[in-house]
Design a protein around this ligand. Structure first.
Ligand code: 5AD
Ligand code: SF4
Length: 435
């Protein structure tokens, strides 16, 4: 039977969220209806992440959970990076999986669903020349803050990372397509656009780079805020840094993963930056935009990491004073060069280092939030909070801000920041923007 309803569950990075939205639009165009969390669907798409072992294993435990007693099993499509990495092997491991579709083949999903509904078990992990983006329908739904993928894939081959294998080579979407999609999102209600790419700052179309794209998007009426993520230090060029000082719609926030503060470990990771070149970028960025919130990613326990290497990571945190950061224990991924390196670090040491690192990050995160106390600023309201009358939005520095107000998602309101915690701020309304 052809499925009539579907549900998509996305895990991992923001690009998966974006892909999930696009797959939903594609299935809706075929006449299928999306059902809410908690309701049964005829088709369940698990949009998975392969970045660390725990995330990848979650894909299979979720498949197991979908076994429903007494009712018919839904069609199960394994999508995302686990699908790409495992291909048909996924169906051998878990026979409940009907469809395996890698991130570059989502435009094939409707025909795969039709085949699967007739009993076939299609697998599609090619990285075809025709881009999936061309097959997606025009955007008709938007969130106040909407994602827009402009670049995908990675050619950097950091030795710990699966992304070059799961997302393929770096590609940039053409300028015109991105601008058209941005207009469609704003017409559908987006007030902020977050440009996405695994190396978003490597985006290019001919002579145009990300800074040019941002300057053009900033001209769209009704679009109030622009962000981009994730940036690679090697691609952090002067034009982009200058844009932060000159384009008011470009928000004062930069996610710039460093991974480690030890030059030796950075070399073993095949990161092309050193602690010194990284700090030089941060300094230039602060010169262009003094209030910029810098955020980063860290891996502790990379093979061969000594206590001294780890202390260099703590030092770089002190030097940058991160406004926020994500930190992870190293996870050996099959097929990556680091997985077979000698001197893998025991879990207890990784746990202990991660705790010390996170204590330091929390300290700076709270310090950053406290430094904004008393500031008059704008918050883009995104959703309803847990308490009555409470709404939650984001400050320009991407802090999560709680406000008691009768405004709606999508409103950009003037507030004063009145309380600071390690993970969020509270604000009081000054005056509501005229609708
Ligand atoms: N183990 C642990 N963390 C990893 N990351 C990427 N690969 C691994 C791995 N094998 C982290 C990096 C990256 C973030 C998205 O995930 O910090 O920036
Ligand atoms: Fe996970 Fe990377 Fe795939 Fe995103 S691109 S889902 S972070 S493996």
């Amino acid at each position: 039977m052809t499925p009539k309803t579907f549900k998509i569950k996305s895990f991992g990075c923001q690009m998966n969220v974006y892909d999930g939205e696009r797959m939903a639009e594609l299935l809706a165009e075929q006449g299928m209806r999306s059902v809410a969390e908690g309701e049964d669907a005829d088709l369940v798409v698990l949009n998975t992440c392969h970045i660390r072992e725990k995330a990848a294993e979650k894909a299979y435990s979720d498949v197991g959970r979908l076994r429903r007693e007494g009712s018919t099993k839904p069609l199960i499509a394994l999508a995302g990076c686990v699908a790409q990495a495992e291909g048909a092997e996924a169906q051998r491991r878990s026979p409940m999986i009907d469809i395996v579709v890698g991130p570059q083949a989502y435009h094939r999903l409707p025909e795969m669903v039709t085949k699967a509904s007739k009993g076939a078990r299609p697998v599609e992990t090619d990285m075809p020349a025709i881009s999936k983006f061309e097959a997606f329908p025009t955007r008709r739904h938007a969130n106040p803050s909407s994602f827009l993928t402009v670049q995908e894939g990675c050619d950097k081959f950091c030795t710990y990372c699966v992304v070059p294998y799961t997302r393929g080579a770096e590609i940039s979407r053409p300028w015109g397509d991105v601008v058209a999609e941005a207009h469609a999102l704003v017409d559908a209600g987006a007030r902020e656009i977050v440009l996405l790419g695994q190396n978003v700052n490597a985006w290019q179309d001919g002579a145009r780079g990300l800074a040019d794209l941002i300057r053009i998007l900033a001209k769209i009426d009704g679009l109030e805020r622009i962000r981009y993520t994730t940036s690679h230090p090697a691609e952090m060029n002067d034009a982009l840094i200058a844009a932060h000082g000159e384009v008011p719609k470009l928000m004062p926030y930069l996610h710039l993963p460093v991974q480690s503060g030890s030059s030796r470990v950075l070399r073993a990771m095949n990161r092309s930056h050193t602690p010194e070149t990284y700090l030089a970028i941060v300094e230039k960025m602060r010169a262009a935009r003094p209030d910029i919130a810098i955020s980063g990613d860290f891996i502790v326990g990379f093979p061969g990491e000594t206590e001294e290497d780890f202390e260099a990571t703590l030092q770089i945190i002190d030097a940058v004073r991160y406004a926020s950061a994500y930190s992870f224990k190293y996870s050996a991924r099959p097929g990556t060069p680091a997985a077979t390196m000698e001197d893998q670090i025991p879990l207890e040491i990784m746990d202990e280092r991660l705790q010390r690192l996170q204590a330091k990050i929390n300290h700076y995160q709270l310090a950053f939030n406290r430094s904004k106390l008393g500031s008059d600023t704008e918050v883009l309201i995104e959703r309803i909070g847990k308490l009555p009358g409470q709404m939650i939005g984001r400050s320009p520095w991407l802090q999560s801000v709680h406000v008691e107000t009768d405004c709606q998602a999508g409103d950009l309101i003037d507030v004063t920041l009145v309380a600071a915690g390690p993970n969020s701020m509270a604000a009081a309304v000054r005056s509501k923007e005229a609708a």
